[in-house]
Design a binder for this molecule. Structure first.
Ligand code: SAH
Ligand code: SF4
Ligand code: F3S
Length: 437
């Protein structure tokens, strides 16, 4: 029996990978321990921005100090950052005993055991962008017993000029729909009420295959699984979001009316340099169609400020676009150059302090907008899925609406995991307050 700890960085796909790894190790009779008591630390890592990699590097630095004195813990370095610079990092840090790219996950549990037996280092790199040795395990060991992620597509073929994902996660590969449906069924049978289907671009699901079974068909089939109360999906790409997805959402009430539809910039010139494949006008017309079919939809977005060549005017276009669309939530980021991507070698890189100022400005405005939108919820009666205790306040718990808004409400421990009807009494910056009906 080995003692392991697992730390997850980056996006929900990493959470899903970590949940499967944890489940596979527990099936091998391993035990999960707090980090300080573990022999094996598994890091599931991200490369999306420099900051994401910094966090991992400093964590490994700390484990390495301890390892050099006590021969423990060993570090298992997996995920996007491991694929990008794992070999280089292993030269520097003796504690790293296994490096694996995200598409070799299926070999990781056995490889860890081998490392523990013979002490030899191993490298499982994703050299072929189409190779996929998946871990065929249903992620039943999760933090939240009522919610689970299920990845439906691996990789991405879009190659946006700023983005490292296609370089580290490889080409788009859609999972077999039967395998997805079976996984969701198993999860529902173990008590899951909410599933989120994951992909870097879920709307591209099936576009790498010839059988014509696309995302709308999958969404419909999964939404009809008995016992599944809520179905979500993320991320949508404006270029691939087809009308039939809206029809399916409209017809199936278990599909949550929430769409993450990243715009990335409000300037056509920058969108073109990003290789996003749409104009602001095309994007806005899609938003209009979505809102016509789903009037209560929650729309969220991602935006990058300070992309190479972004002028003050381009930035204002982004700023004004957020004001115009009025997204529920926007994930903002300052552009971070990633080696090997086209944008990293573009001219007119923007100064750090200009990026920081633009990020601040846009965050301030959006946080005000989010609060305004949250206030519009006051008086509405909604159903929430109760997740757990609120971060503060005695007797206070938190749940989520089908539009993924956090609602703070009085409840009790036994009600966690159940649905509750509430009336919204207050809208704050990041959450709503409600009372039970
Ligand atoms: N597939 C999704 C999201 C991928 S990564 C999409 O196409 O939208 C998540 C977010 O990180 C992106 O939406 C983008 O806003 C941000 N991001 C990606 N690369 C970045 C970079 N080099 N610098 C700053 N932000 C970046
Ligand atoms: Fe990256 Fe673009 Fe693919 Fe999203 S669609 S993962 S931003 S390359
Ligand atoms: Fe990060 Fe990889 Fe996800 S780079 S955002 S963990 S796909």
């Amino acid at each position: 029996m080995y003692r392991f700890a697992i730390r997850v960085f980056g996006c929900q796909m990493n959470t899903y990978d970590a949940d499967r790894l944890r489940t596979a190790l527990i099936h091998k009779n391993w035990k999960e321990y707090p980090e300080s008591a573990a022999d094996v630390i598994i890091l599931v890592t991200c490369s999306i921005r420099e900051k994401a990699e910094h966090k991992v590097t400093s964590a490994i630095g700390r484990y390495d100090l301890k390892y050099r004195n006590t021969n423990s813990p060993i570090v298992i370095f997996v995920g996007c950052m491991a694929q990008r610079i794992g070999i280089k990092m292993a030269k520097k840090f003796a504690c790293i005993k296994l490096v694996s790219g995200p598409r070799h996950l299926g070999l990781v549990p056995d490889a860890i055991e081998k490392v523990l037996k013979d002490g030899k280092r191993r490298f499982l790199m994703d050299d072929d962008p189409r190779e996929l040795i998946d871990l065929e395990v249903v992620p039943t060991e999760r933090d939240n017993p009522f919610k689970a992620y299920v990845t439906i597509t691996y990789g991405c073929d879009r190659f946006c000029s700023y983005c490292i994902v296609p370089h580290v996660r490889g080409r788009l590969q859609s999972r077999e729909h039967n395998s997805i449906v079976n996984e969701v069924r198993t999860l529902v049978n173990t008590g899951v009420s909410e599933i989120t289907l994951l992909g870097q671009n879920v709307d591209a699901y099936g576009k790498d295959k010839v059988d014509g079974y696309r995302f709308a068909a999958l969404l419909k089939e999964v939404s009809m699984i008995e016992g599944l109360k809520r179905l979500r999906f993320t991320t949508s790409h404006p270029k691939d979001f087809d009308e039939d997805i809206l029809e399916v959402m409209d017809e199936n009430t278990s599909i949550c009316p929430a769409i993450n539809l990243p715009i990335q910039s409000g300037s056509d010139r920058i969108l073109q340099a990003m290789h996003r494949g749409y104009t602001v006008e095309q994007y806005l017309s899609l938003v209009e169609r979505i809102r016509r079919v789903l009037p209560h939809v929650s729309l969220t977005s991602d935006i990058i400020v300070g992309f190479p060549g972004e002028t003050e005017e381009d930035f204002q276009d982004s700023y004004n676009l957020l004001k115009k669309v009025r997204y529920d939530v926007v994930h903002t980021a300052a552009y971070s150059p990633r080696d090997g991507t086209l944008a990293a070698v573009m001219e007119n890189q923007i100064e750090k302090k200009v990026k920081a100022r633009r990020l601040n400005d846009i965050n301030d405005m959006q946080s005000e907008l989010t609060r305004e939108l949250n206030e519009e919820y006051i008086g509405r009666e909604l159903e929430i899925l109760l997740d757990g205790r609120a971060p503060k306040g005695a007797g206070l718990f938190q749940g989520r609406t089908n539009t993924d808004k956090v609602v703070i409400v009085k409840a009790c421990e036994e009600e966690i995991g159940s649905f509750m009807r509430v009336r919204i009494t207050k809208g704050n910056n990041w959450s709503l307050e409600g009372e039970r009906i």
